[in-house]
Design a protein around this ligand. Structure first.
Ligand SMILES: Cc1cc2nc3c(=O)[nH]c(=O)nc-3n(C[C@H](O)[C@H](O)[C@H](O)COP(=O)(O)OP(=O)(O)OC[C@H]3O[C@@H](n4cnc5c(N)ncnc54)[C@H](O)[C@@H]3O)c2cc1C
Length: 299
């Protein structure tokens, strides 16, 4: 296991110990990370990963923690939050963004540079790394449509570049998950557009989102994947589950696909409600919902 004196030798690294992850997750649930580290440079990240591997310390990498339920027992070993790796560079029609850059910031930069194609992501509250990991998408757009290459790190701390063809993108899926890689940065190819039209489109999408999603409460977005030929929200609505509450977590009355933390809910509440919804939808429609949200950590 990593030792404090070894971590102190790495420059450009902020470290916290026994830090509650509920302070960082969108759901506002999650127990403590033994070690929570914030690398400020790619070098600090690679040094940290090499050290973790040498000391057999388990590593969990998080972006903006908006697609996660961290269990109440927290995460053993090292948790790396990439929010400080957030540089964004624009060259011609290409945007290169570090993994910790927020999608919202990157889409705004694209608009300022009169580049179109990234508007779909303007309301997704994730980071570039998390979005690439799960091929995030909304309103007909998807990361796979704009990504040209991705710089990644393997478990040994080696850096290399994957082209779009090597990313094995699928519905909410990429090679990053299969191969346990860490996204360091991603390059996107956009097309020239009119900044006013781009802004209008982002405003339209954000308005749609605000009118349909319970953004006033902590949540993890859509809890379940879209089953082929169906919508998870509709199946949940048809099973009359909206408003069903376990502990402090409720199936949203505004959008049945969301589960909101309305009153000091816990990860245990989330897991129990997810299991309940899966069972009731199975009984009602004969279909098994599969969670899109990742559930990690100790009970
Ligand atoms: C209100 C709300 C609305 C949402 N709307 C949408 C939507 O419209 N479309 C959509 O697709 N999603 C949506 N989401 C879900 C979520 O925002 C996206 O999936 C987002 O891409 C997750 O990014 P993140 O940085 O928060 O990832 P995290 O939640 O931090 O992590 C998710 C997974 O990605 C991995 N990961 C994160 N960063 C890296 C990295 N650099 N390298 C390797 N692995 C990494 C983590 O280990 C974890 O397994 C929504 C969520 C909320 C709360």
């Amino acid at each position: 296991m990593l030792k404090q004196n070894e971590l102190e030798k790495i420059s450009h690294l902020i470290v916290k110990y026994n830090e509650p992850l509920s302070h960082y997750t969108y759901t506002k649930v999650g127990g403590p990370a033994d070690i929570l580290a914030f690398p400020e440079t790619t070098e600090a990240l690679t040094e940290l990963s090499v050290l973790a591997q040498a000391t057999n310390t388990p590593v969990t990498v998080l972006g903006n923690a908006s697609n996660l339920i961290v269990r109440d027992g927290g995460i053993r070993g090292l948790v790396i939050l990439l929010e400080k790796l957030d540089q964004v560079n624009v060259a011609g029609y290409t945007i290169e963004a570090q993994a910790g850059a927020k999608l919202k910031a990157v889409t705004q930069i694209a608009q300022e540079h009169a580049l179109t194609g990234f508007e779909f992501a303007c309301g997704i509250p994730g980071s570039i790394g998390g979005a690439v990991f799960m091929n995030a998408g909304a309103y007909g757009g998807e990361i796979s449509q704009v990504l040209v290459s991705c710089k990644v790190m393997n478990e040994s701390g080696e850096l290399f570049v994957l082209t779009a063809d090597e990313m094995r993108f699928g519905y909410r899926h990429s090679v990053i998950r299969d191969e346990n890689l860490v996204v360091i940065s991603a390059k996107f190819e956009l097309t020239p557009g009119d900044p006013e039209q781009i802004q209008n489109e982002m405003n339209r999408l954000n308005f749609l989102r605000e009118s349909k999603q319970p953004l006033e409460y902590p949540s993890c977005g859509s809890v379940f994947k879209r089953p082929e030929g169906h919508f998870a929200g509709q199946l949940i609505q048809e099973a009359q589950l909206q408003g069903t509450r376990i502990g402090g977590v409720e199936v949203s009355k505004k959008h049945a696909g969301f589960m909101v933390n309305v009153d000091h809910g816990t990860a245990t509440d989330y897991e129990a409600l997810i299991a309940h919804v899966i069972q009731r939808v199975e009984e009602n429609a004969g279909l098994t919902l599969e969670p899109e949200v990742r559930i990690i950590g100790e009970k």
